[in-house]
Design a protein around this ligand. Structure first.
Ligand SMILES: [Fe+2]
Ligand SMILES: [Fe+2]
Length: 167
């Protein structure tokens, strides 16, 4: 089944949005590391990498379906935050926006009876549950530890463990 133009456009928009997400998290990594929150910086660097992988999943899929890639400029992400809590809560808000975009794409794929795209999006639906949950968990831990002094350092240290140990 040929990829519908409307779906192709949405998939291309998502390539852009995932790369924007990587950029957004890179901005967060910079904000953290400029303030010596190197654990959080490490966490957001990995987050940025993951977003690029997401972009490539959509990119590869468009090509696999015989569609064409339309790359657009990437917007400049926000760069000013009040605290690490502010950063993480912006990250959660961002992930919720990604989730609603994925759901919207799913609605279109269903309307067009495009089962292959629904299959691709199923993976992302599951991924978004994880993404939102990981930010929610950090926020909850921050509410326990506080986002100043020793509590902040503890959270920073925890975030620095991402990908460095098996949990
Ligand atoms: Fe993503
Ligand atoms: Fe994400």
């Amino acid at each position: 089944m040929k990829l519908a133009k409307q779906i192709e456009k949405k998939l291309n928009d998502q390539v852009n949005f995932e790369i924007y997400s990587a950029y957004y998290y890179l901005g967060m990594a910079a904000w953290c590391e400029e303030r010596n929150l190197n654990g959080a910086g490490h966490f957001f660097r990995l987050q940025a990498k993951e977003e690029l992988e997401h972009a490539m999943k959509f990119f590869d899929y468009i090509l696999e379906r015989g569609g064409s890639i339309a790359l657009e400029p990437i917007s400049r992400p926000a760069a000013s935050y009040k605290s690490l809590r502010d950063v993480v809560s912006a990250a959660l808000k961002h992930e919720r926006e990604v989730t609603s975009r994925i759901e919207e794409m799913m609605d279109s794929a269903r309307a067009k009876k495009d089962y292959a795209t629904q299959n691709l999006l199923d993976w992302f639906v599951e991924e978004q549950v994880e993404e939102e949950n990981s930010m929610e968990k950090i926020l909850a831990r921050m509410d326990l530890a506080g986002d100043k002094g020793a509590g902040l350092l503890m959270i920073d240290k925890e975030l620095g463990k991402r990908g460095r140990e098996t949990s």
